[in-house]
Design a protein around this ligand. Sequence first.
Ligand code: HEM
Length: 538
Amino acid sequence: MAMPLVAIHFDNSISFDYFVELFQELKTLLVNYVTANLFLSTKYLFDFLDNFNLQDLSEILIASLVLLCVTVFFYYLWRTRGMPPGPWGLPLVGYLPWIDKDKPYVSMMELYQDYGGICTIRLGEVVAIVVSEPHYVKEALSQESLTGRAPLWLTHGLMNNNGLIAVEGPKWREQRKFVINCLKNLGAVKVGEKRAVMEKRILGGIRITFQMIDERREDGPFDPKQILSHTIGNIMNTIVFGKSFDLDDHTWVWLQHMAEEGVKLVGVAGPLNFMPYLRILPQYRKLLDFIKNGQKRTHDVYRSIANEQRTKDNILSYYLEAIASGKGEYFDEAQMLHLLADMFGAGVDSTLATYRWVLLYLALHPEVQERVYEEVSSVIGKGKEPNMDHFSMCPYTEATILETMRIRPVVPLGIPHGATKDTQIAGFRVPEGTMIIVNQWTLHHNPKYWINPEEFEPKRFIDSDGCVRRKDSFNPFQTGKRSCFGEELAKMVLFLFTSSMVLRYRLQLEGSSSAGLGGECGITLSPGQHSISFVLRQ
Ligand code: HEM
């Protein structure tokens, strides 16, 4: 069909009539064009349907699939332009099938071997940059624009910018500052009078730990996980809620169960982080319901603790005061409940897992244990309780704790960050929304920075003057504006527990020497099942 010609006459004076005429012509042109194409398309459609057979259908499907792959390929190329190099993945899932779900940190170390200290991978819908060299890690973690959190559906989606670990922007800054002040007030400080209050709290927990070990140790070797979960958990309970629970308190038993299951389930539901549409599948829906119900019930428990709150000097009571004062911008009940859960979860899980690794490595290396014993017994004295003044005088004990954190970092892939706006690392483009993974495991196991990295050798943290020294390739708490502010508290718990334990017991590993070393990786990497004999020292 011939296209109608549009005759437009230009003269010096363009009148209103001229526009009317132009509009009419354009309208005619459009109507003719649409009618013609509609006629043609309908004709082709009828012709096609007349001759349609199954082979056509498979050809159409294949062609659509190829078209989809090509579109996804070019979209991915466009999206990752200027970003660090990395492996190809599959449409939709990206590199996920190549990540070992039990040991994702090992898969990331393989990436380091293939692509070096900075690389890009696509995990479902999320594009991630993995940084594994100390100077890239430092550059990334020092940037304001990388203090966001990764766009992960489970954490971001479920938390809805509440709490502490998953929040961003001004709310994160305000709430983080508030909690840091709370911890200082409660005595999680290097020096000062308040420190004694926190020491007392921790030493109380240690005494109960020893009572519980003494009740069980004559029956043979056992895994101290349950006892430590109760006592370290209760130390955190007093800091966060101002109360501790009895061992058999139903609420406490349930809270511990939820904390443990929650860690595993969030691990199992991991693919939802990268492919949120999977939640339409029944198995993921069930998981999500379980997590959401658990969250709701936990908040109900916290609410009732808040209603009965009588004590001062804990994060909950400070928070209630802050809400009542009306001064802060983001202080409300919903945010408080999430924040308390984050504080309890982040504080207990990581410290408990680290301490269990310390005991396992001490039991596995009697020569290291004896050196720690010699040091603490000479500095603190047999039968005495330690305090943080002893810490700087026990470099070998500190080095043993650090070496444990090196060889078994409890967050082997850190807590991922997210780019809040376009930026750069090492000159590579980092678009807004990119996830940044700090590859702690590779940093801690790279033979370029550690001699025989698979060997447990605390001396590597001590310099020629006998002082403790840390390297840039050691990063268990991450660095920068978003680094872990629980480090001081963790240091106190780990030193006081380790020195007291070695002063009181000789630890002996029972069964296979590799028991538990492989670890179980949920949100944190914890030791696997193992048994220790606690032999009372004379
Ligand atoms: C050995 C023990 C611990 C280890 C290895 C550890 C490790 C970490 C790491 C790697 C991060 C991520 C930092 C980042 O995103 O850059 C983190 C964040 C965090 N940690 Fe710890 N942590 C420990 C103990 C604690 C304790 C005792 C507390 C509570 C007082 C705590 C509370 C938190 C919180 C709330 C965050 C999130 C901070 C934020 O997003 O601004 N941690 N921790």
